[in-house]
Design a protein around this ligand. Structure first.
Ligand code: ZX6
Length: 442
């Protein structure tokens, strides 16, 4: 019998995170929009590495923040804009420049599946307010202007045809079409947000459009929800769950409600007792940044390390790609996705469908990281940050057979005290973490 939610916090608080969101582990985030036309940001810091203050906003590494980075009136993006487009060029002028001739949603979806992703979250409206879906509530959308396509609908169909879950991102509290003041410190995201009931209703109505027209498996709201719309949230979330039984939402509704917590780069908290999600770009930006070269984005090994450490601590990894304006997925991003998919094709048994083991991640005295996952009674051990060539590592409080998932790993193992010593003879041919299965080991 399908549970009904009745617009009260009480009924919502009984909502449980569905198994699919625990099982899927790896998703692809997509930031594509008007900001992909200029595709420019300085290469500075990861969110959370430095204070989110005036210096952050004047040197914002997020290329999707292009409008605000120009609007602050100083810094590299402001200078770049003046030099490249001239002082009179308005952000809206990018609409007519946004041609999506290379947008092939079926190819995107195929690549995401080959990457081993089980879900996708696409930006439908970022802070700039331009909608990538047809909306009754504004003509500032990709069906009416620029691309003249339902970019969201096209990808939703393609992703589902590949058997993956489709989630949608919505910028709830920030919409620079309604609130134009420059954001120069973190509180401005809330204090300078549009305070009108008109905007709160707009966000509510567009969210209902997204829920009703696409039934997204994830409703990924960003930064916060309009203050004047907080009293409508129980109705919106009830409407969502009543129409999307498998739906989940994140923790960016002014702290009022969440299914899962979020980390972003180095910002935010997570604890393994609660379901959470790590989201970040491959480089320092979510939107495509044309000046971010291959050497500035995460290596495949580091991405696999992030996936393994996140999953072993009860998280999912939502890894972002920033397509070029024309719909091309940059080669350096495609290459990494395919390599991650190769690792998951061999080692995915230790990732997909697993749960947090009671064993916590550890680092042995040689610096090798040991991460665990479990699946029913079976234990998986993943070794990371391992040295080149042969090495040994002792897994404490373990006994019995241990088997490498990758047959290109040459190793022996033996009982060692109350644990098992694994002697790796060679592992050069494999990329990323080394995963073992310990049948019945949990
Ligand atoms: C996925 C990225 N999210 C950014 C907003 N992120 C934040 O404000 C940081 C944040 C991390 N965890 C939170 C929990 C609640 C509210 C904000 C955050 C956006 O500003 C970026 O442009 C991008 O869309």
């Amino acid at each position: 019998m399908k549970k009904q939610y009745n617009g009260t916090w009480e009924s919502l608080n009984s909502h449980e995170v569905p198994a699919w969101y625990h099982d899927c582990k790896f998703g692809i985030f997509i930031h594509w929009g008007l900001y992909s036309v200029p595709a420019y940001a300085p290469i500075t810091w990861q969110l959370g590495e430095v204070p989110i203050d005036e210096n952050w906003y004047a040197n914002n590494p997020y290329a999707e923040w292009y409008f605000n980075s120009v609007n602050v009136g100083r810094g590299p993006t402001y200078e770049h804009h003046i030099k490249t487009y001239g002082i009179d060029f308005k952000y809206e002028d990018f609409v007519s420049m946004w041609k999506v001739d290379n947008y092939k949603p079926d190819k995107w979806a195929e690549l995401f599946r080959k990457a081993g992703a089980a879900y996708v979250v696409m930006v439908t409206k970022h802070h700039d307010g331009f909608c990538l879906f047809p909306s009754k509530y504004t003509d500032y959308n990709a069906m009416k202007k620029g691309p003249k396509r339902d970019l969201v609908g096209d990808l939703t169909n393609a992703v589902r045809a590949q058997g993956m879950k489709m989630g949608l991102y919505y910028s709830g509290i920030l919409d620079w079409r309604f609130a134009h003041d420059p954001i120069i410190e973190q509180n401005d995201n809330f204090n300078k947000a549009c305070p009108t009931y008109e905007y709160a209703d707009y966000a509510y109505n567009q969210s209902c459009e997204l829920i009703d027209n696409y039934k997204p498996s994830v409703f990924w709201n960003d930064i916060g929800w309009p203050k004047q719309g907080e009293q409508n949230l129980p109705y919106l979330l009830s409407h969502y769950y009543n129409n999307v039984e498998e739906g989940v939402v994140n923790d960016r509704f002014n702290g009022l409600y969440h299914d899962f917590r979020t980390m972003e780069y180095k910002y935010g908290e997570s604890n393994r007792m609660e379901k959470w999600e790590m989201n970040r770009g491959m480089g320092l930006s979510f939107g495509y940044n044309a000046i971010e070269e291959d050497d500035k984005i995460m290596s495949v090994e580091d991405t696999i390390s992030l996936l393994v450490s996140t999953v072993s601590n009860n998280g999912n990894l939502l890894l972002n790609i920033g397509p070029k304006a024309d719909g091309t997925i940059p080669k350096e991003q495609e290459k990494r996705l395919l390599s991650i998919g190769q690792w998951l094709a061999v080692n995915g048994e230790a990732i997909y469908g697993t749960r947090c083991s009671k064993r916590e991640s550890a680092i042995d005295e040689s610096g090798v990281q040991i991460h665990y996952t479990k699946k029913k009674k079976d234990l998986y051990v993943m070794l990371d940050k391992v040295p080149q060539g042969a090495f040994e590592v002792v897994i404490p409080d373990l006994s019995g057979e241990i088997r490498a998932l990758d047959d290109k790993i040459f190793y022996d193992f033996e009982a060692f005290g109350t644990g098992v010593k694994i002697k790796i003879h060679s592992h050069q041919t494999s990329i990323g973490s080394i995963a073992f299965k310990v049948p019945g080991g949990e």
